[in-house]
Design a protein around this ligand. Structure first.
Ligand code: SF4
Ligand code: SF4
Length: 207
């Protein structure tokens, strides 16, 4: 049998009287360092429902579900910790800078995913012509605020401004469903798909 070396013996004796290098978690709370990237969380006040965070997420950890029921159209964003790699891209690219932030929570353990998945819901606005999604209502209002008076060039926007200010419609916007949209209706349409269709149709006439 090989004899133990003096250095190893010394280390063994020293370790008997020194504190362990590991922590006592979960018996004791761990204070994580500043800038630690834990589980992301949505914040109701800051999120406008634009889905930018879901689009930049490299691991598809933010799921977007859309309910197109005209009576109550909604968009739900759900963060799924099981797919999240805590890269912080969602926080960096959030258009408001306040909608999603990484917390310091690192101990995400669960029996069922639904216990830890975290959602936020937004009302969405549908195009009055094709029924497609124009955007989240809160997002549109956020854009309008930034545009200032420029947003008054869009009849649909004026309607939303009036509603958000809780004032009676000064300029009523007519939403009539019909097969073909005419060029003169373009200012009543916020849906990019319909606007594009009208412009293409218009260009065709000139060829
Ligand atoms: S931290 Fe990264 S992986 Fe996790 S939700 Fe945000 S963007 Fe996706
Ligand atoms: S506001 Fe921020 S958190 Fe909300 S959907 Fe847009 S990017 Fe995501």
């Amino acid at each position: 049998m090989k004899k133990p070396k003096i250095r190893e013996l010394r280390e063994a004796v020293r370790s008997l009287f020194s504190k362990p290098y590991t922590t006592r978690f979960p018996m004791e709370e761990i204070i994580v360092p500043e800038g630690f990237r834990g589980k992301p969380q949505f914040y109701e006040e800051g999120c406008v429902g634009c889905t930018a965070c879901a689009q930049v997420c490299p691991s598809k950890a933010i799921e977007v579900e859309e309910n197109l029921d005209p009576a109550n159209p909604t968009r739900r964003l759900t963060h799924i910790p099981a797919y999240c790699i805590n890269c912080q891209e969602c926080e960096r690219n959030c258009i408001t800078g306040q909608g999603i932030k990484l917390t310091k929570q690192f101990d995400v353990s669960y029996f069922s995913e639904n216990e830890v998945n975290h959602s936020i819901e937004h009302q969405i606005i549908l195009c009055s012509h094709c029924g497609g999604i124009v955007g989240a209502k809160k997002h549109i209002l956020w854009v309008m605020k930034r545009l200032g008076s420029l947003s008054f060039s869009q009849a649909d926007y004026i309607e939303h401004i009036q509603k958000s200010l809780d004032i009676p419609a000064i300029i009523p916007v007519k939403h009539e469903k019909h097969e073909k949209i005419e060029r003169d209706e373009i200012f009543n349409i916020t849906c990019p798909k319909c606007r594009r269709a009208v412009y293409i149709e218009d260009e065709k006439i000139h060829f």
